[in-house]
Design a protein around this ligand. Structure first.
Ligand code: TXA
Ligand code: MG
Length: 350
């Protein structure tokens, strides 16, 4: 299959190209499209075979449920029931936007989508191209991140093609996605609500609207990877580059010291080493033979989030075997950045 690339303006996508992509969706084909977070791999949520094709194209295990994307919040009751008042408030405040709500599902929602769970994950994306595709096709669209399972999520159309070219009908290419990390997944079926995955909407923003939320940055043990669990997105070792990632934790000075020491020691071994680093930190390594990707200033976490996945992919492309990175702030988007770095890491140095 030759994958079509529909190049569109991110703000005013050409209606003819949207119509072509929407037609493909209605024919049960797979279409990748940009959301404000990452590129999604879209299929008609009402078409069982189309949904099954998503799992095949991604190489994704069937027990990992999908997010249903809607054109507007008014459609929510078509897929979810017993929606608590607190969810209504979240919807008013954050949709369209990078917040996914886990709610009790309507009976007709396909088991393939929910992996047999009684709940469904739903969101309304805040990207004109995603919304255009949803409106023109007139159906809910399931969309996991458009990468091969376990690989780094795509923030450009090029990333999608690297993983899925020839396996999908087409891609709407609207340039890089603005947020850069996936949506926050919040389970509102229990009380207090539980963050299953930190993402584009910060924990602080959630708490200031609805009060306490539960978030535990737990990571499954490697051996547990395929065990059924609450949210399979909680799998450790996810979002991983091909290179090994060593993540340095702890206070800034201490972590940087250890990182510098390790980089120095290993640079004499002939291994090709990479550095995923903030603009503030990079000077400390300038005398070492490292392949550097700058995430920008650590004071601008929105920029760091935007560049994170591109950085991991770029270091991979440049043939790096080992990447060093340091954990940054745990506030705002920092929660999501830390979460993704931890999942990508094959070793954590404290
Ligand atoms: O930003 C995003 O959310 C992107 C864009 C394309 O919308 N999508 C995305 O999808 O990240 P995916 O499939 O890569 O991640 C969906 C996450 C997974 O962690 C999955 O386990 C969780 O949502 N999830 C889906 N349905 C669930 C459910 N019923 N209960 C608990 N977790 C669920
Ligand atoms: Mg994903």
């Amino acid at each position: 299959m030759k994958t079509k690339v529909w190049r569109v303006d991110p703000n005013i996508p050409d209606p003819r190209l949207l119509a072509e992509a929407a037609q493909a969706i209605l024919e049960g084909k797979l279409v990748a499209f940009p959301t404000e977070t990452v590129y999604g791999l879209g299929a008609n949520a009402l078409d069982r075979q189309a949904v099954q094709r998503v799992f095949v194209a991604k190489g994704r295990p069937a027990q990992d449920p999908l997010i249903v994307h809607l054109a507007s919040a008014e459609l929510l009751s078509q897929v979810a029931r017993d929606i608590p008042p607190l969810a209504e408030r979240l919807v008013k405040q954050f949709w369209p936007g990078p917040l996914t709500l886990v709610l009790w599902k309507q009976p007709h929602v396909l088991d393939e989508i929910t992996a047999g769970l009684p709940t469904v994950a739903v969101r309304v994306p805040a990207h004109p191209v995603a919304l255009g595709l949803l409106q023109v096709s007139g159906v809910p669209i399931v969309a996991p991140s458009a990468n091969r399972f376990g690989h780094v999520s795509p923030t450009t159309a090029q990333h999608v093609l690297e993983d899925l070219e020839g396996l999908i009908e087409g891609i709407l290419d609207a340039g890089p996605t603005p947020v850069g990390v996936e949506s926050t997944v919040l389970d509102v079926t229990g009380s207090p609500p539980q963050v299953l995955r930190p993402g584009g909407i910060s924990l602080e923003a959630l708490q200031s609207l609805i009060g306490p939320v539960v978030y535990s940055a737990r990571f499954a043990e490697a051996g547990d990877q395929l065990a059924p669990q609450r949210s399979p997105g909680l799998l450790a070792k996810h979002y991983a580059p091909r290179a090994e990632l060593w993540l340095f934790l702890g206070g800034k000075e201490q972590a940087l010291g250890k990182m510098r020491e390790t980089a120095e020691r290993l640079s004499s071994t002939g291994r090709r080493l990479g550095l995923l680093v903030s603009e503030e930190d990079r000077g400390l390594f300038s005398d070492l033979p490292l392949v550097v990707y700058s995430l920008g200033s650590e004071r601008q976490l929105d920029k760091v989030a935007q560049r994170l996945y591109a950085g991991l992919r770029s270091l991979d492309r440049r043939g790096v075997e080992l990447i060093f990175a340091r954990e940054m702030a745990t506030e705002g988007l920092g929660w999501a950045i830390c979460d993704r770095l931890r999942r990508a890491a094959s070793r954590v140095v404290e």
